[in-house]
Ligand binder design. Sequence first.
Ligand code: TMP
Length: 209
Amino acid sequence: MSKGLFISIEGPDGSGKSTQIENIKQFFCDKGIDIVFTREPGGTAIGERIREIILDKNCSEMDYMTEAMLYAAARSQHVAQVIRPSLEEGKIVICDRFVDSSIAYQGYGRKLGDAVAIINGFAIGKCLPDVTFLMKLDPRIGRRRIDADKQDRLEREQDDFHIAVFEGYLELEKKYKDRIVGIDASRSIEEIKVDIYKKLEELLKGVTG
Ligand code: TMP
């Protein structure tokens, strides 16, 4: 579908994803390569407004299907307004979370199953990342890194929810071996960065020849 390169970064809350995203941005900056960096839920004015609703800890009555549809709605806008046009212009798009988050969190965590892939099919069409980095860290460890008073509505869920999410991610890694690159996120920031940079170098070779 596209001429560009689409990279997403996934993982449980507290897995060190944000730190490695900064490293990924630095990788491209050092090479003088422009990227489009974006995030989910969000990435557009409409998506950021949906994000506020979804993550608001006061929206505790939110139905799980409503939650799944709000993530998909934000994604639909994001794909239409930012991701697809950027890829069609041949740009490199780096996205903090994408559809795998919905499969893991809503499909496995909320146990909505296949409905999540179906509603997201409407949102993304054929737009899937070329490569997805999956930060693999036991969610019980990851969540200890987040201050209790700073936790959003999803982060406040119990351990069994986060464990189901993580299992979902591991299933996705098995299912999409060619796309998802599992990263052992229990190691040092530097060791993780070395792994990611190696993969990014390979990817760039593939793009630039
Ligand atoms: P963030 O903290 O990485 O910005 O993500 C916000 C939260 O939303 C995080 O707990 C994961 C969750 N999430 C889903 O449950 N489904 C989704 O589709 C996405 C994109 C995020």
